[in-house]
Design a protein around this ligand. Sequence first.
Ligand code: NI
Length: 330
Amino acid sequence: MILPQAPIYIDGQPVITTYYLQNGYLMVPALFFKYTGVFVDWNVENQSVVLKRNNMILTLPSGKKYADYYVKDMWQRDLLPTITTNFPDGTYIPLQYVSEKLGMTVSYHFKQSRTYIVTNTPPSSIPRIYYNGDPSKKRVALTFDDGPDNFYTPQILDILNDNGVTATFFVVGKQVKLFPQVLKRILQEGHEIGNHSWSHPELPKLTTTQVIQEVQKAELEIDSITGRKTVLFRPPFGLFTNADLRTIDDLGHQIIMWSVDTLDWQGISEEEILSIVKRDVSPGAIILQHALLTAPRILDGTVKALPGIIDYLRKRGYTFVTVHTLIEGD
Ligand code: NI
């Protein structure tokens, strides 16, 4: 069954979602609510969706015309005119009922035929996302994602070493398990390690519990090899919801994005990578590159471009720092 898609505006930001109408009620995937900052889980035993926001817990059993909610230390029940429905791509729940029960405001703009949700979230409670560091200092952070591997990562480390440059590696737990010696080498040579999840999933497609597991499993693997905790997290594909942001923040990690995307993962040439860096770099930049062997090999350009990138940035007066140093005190 193919469902239609439409944007729903959350605090003014459009989020594209599948939906359907049931008895005039707008039904959306339970995971859609993660974009509003609500924690969303699935209780296997009770076959129900569990939503949490502030001190409120709301559960919607699949196929039932009611919802239970926990407020002020008591469970209460609401009867619903619609049934929570299971589809292959997720469980659908009534948008307006759930939003309002969790303290958000829903409105429908007839002229634009658009649905708006206002979450009423205090801006001060939203965790910060870092795209760059202090723009008044001529510093940059080179970052390499998806490793470690035993092909590109050692070559990158050699080049960094030869040039006396420190960088940050956002590593994937599964790769860490495969190449623990390479992870140790990264740290021994003075570079920083950040968490890039256990298996590189799209976080918006996971329940909150699954997101926690992705972060913690990678964290445990890194810790077991290095004896150190990471404080930085980069979401796979750069994708996350407001709930994921909160989850990662609660786990003690800062969310690190980037300001320069070299597009190296597209398998482009060293010249193209260097020209993107030249075009987009600015003081405080976080530069995104990758370090993972795939078949066919697509990251040869990354390694070839690196000496040129270092040389170019040095001549322009940039110094190279880890992400932690770049955002420190900012
Ligand atoms: Ni990645």
